[in-house]
Design a protein around this ligand. Structure first.
Ligand SMILES: Nc1nc2c(ncn2[C@@H]2O[C@H](COP(=O)(O)OP(=O)(O)OP(=O)(O)O)[C@@H](O)[C@H]2O)c(=O)[nH]1
Length: 306
């Protein structure tokens, strides 16, 4: 791996034939658009290095064929992917209605259940739109799935986020429940293995962790998401919690460039924010992200969920 590259990520682009998967990839990697681009045979592959929040990330992007006859070639390419771009053509409704099939394909073939998904409605430069933006938003919302990842924390801070539409106390309570479970586990281990002094230390650390977790939860109406920050103690309790919306929407045009780079960048940013989804030798997992380092909403291509 290059010295200054944080990690290498595997991304997939899937969707019906002709929606513009290869064109989006070509636009993103080479800033080129070919109106006569031929259909992909099997799978195509490109590498690009991208800097996100100052972290250089190498992307291995697999462009799969949308045509039915090449589908049998593709399942093995799903293996190990951390992110997927699910493309439909806003001027062809059937490419939108068939998104369900692509989600099923993902479920069948993907080896990771924490996969980060980005929905892209392509060809917004064309006048004959058949799928409006709200339908895309609704689909993304409906298929947003929460996940809970568990792994080693990257001290001192994890930031996890939940989409506004999923802001329910249930999730909050679930977070607290998991934190409590983890604390009890640590305490019982401490009781069994270590001295009373260490037990006291751990008890103090865990109680400060709890109060910290509840104190810094906030919800900003101006942001599409809210952040739940957990300050992890220097003792590095084995606690890692992440809740994330795993399907977002972006509309784009490979022809005019609109929204293309943004879709890839947001996807990579979300993968890097997800602890346990990527690894780097000699570096901590997950990425520190404060509110200040997040893109302001105007620069973000996320759909604004009303
Ligand atoms: N107007 C317009 N045309 C586009 C856009 N993106 C792709 N196209 C055209 O749509 C056609 C299909 O694009 P591809 O990129 O080959 O589509 P694909 O999804 O890779 O197709 P398969 O390889 O068969 O799966 C090509 O003629 C492209 O030039 C876009 O944003 N706007």
């Amino acid at each position: 791996m290059d010295e200054d590259v944080l990690t290498t990520l595997k991304l997939l682009i899937i969707g019906e034939s002709g929606v513009g998967k290869s064109s989006l990839l070509l636009r993103f990697t080479d800033d080129v658009f070919d109106p006569e681009l031929g259909a992909t045979i099997g799978v195509d592959f490109k590498v690009k290095t991208l800097a996100v929040d100052g972290n250089r990330t190498k992307l291995a992007i697999w462009d799969t064929a949308g045509q039915e006859r090449f589908r049998t070639l593709t399942p093995s390419y799903y293996r190990g992917a951390q992110g997927v771009i699910l493309v439909y053509d806003v001027t062809r409704r059937e490419t939108f209605t068939k998104l369900h099939n692509w989600l099923s394909e993902l479920e069948i073939h993907c080896t990771r259940n924490e996969l980060v998904k980005m929905l892209v409605g392509n060809k917004i430069d064309k006048d004959d739109r058949e799928v409006d933006r709200n339908e895309g938003v609704t689909f993304a919302r409906k298929h947003s799935m929460l996940f809970i990842g568990e792994g080693r924390p990257s001290p001192p801070m994890h930031v996890v986020w939940v989409n506004e539409s999923q802001l329910h106390w249930d999730y909050f309570m679930m977070c607290l429940f998991i934190i409590r479970e983890k604390i009890l586990k640590v305490l019982s281990l401490a009781l069994l293995i270590h001295s009373v002094n260490l037990f006291c230390d751990i008890f103090l650390e865990t109680s400060s962790l709890c109060s910290c977790a509840t104190q810094i939860i906030y919800f900003d109406k101006d942001l599409p998401s809210f952040f739940l920050s957990l300050s992890l103690s220097p003792l590095s309790l084995s606690l890692s919690l992440s809740l994330s919306l795993s399907l977002s929407l972006s509309e784009a045009s490979a022809k005019t460039r609109d929204g293309v780079a943004c879709a890839f960048e947001e996807l990579v940013e979300k993968i890097l924010q997800t602890p346990g989804l990527w690894e780097s030798e000699g570096k901590t997992r997950g990425m520190h992200l404060s509110e200040q380092t997040r893109l302001p909403r105007e620069q973000s291509c996320y759909c604004s969920l009303p």
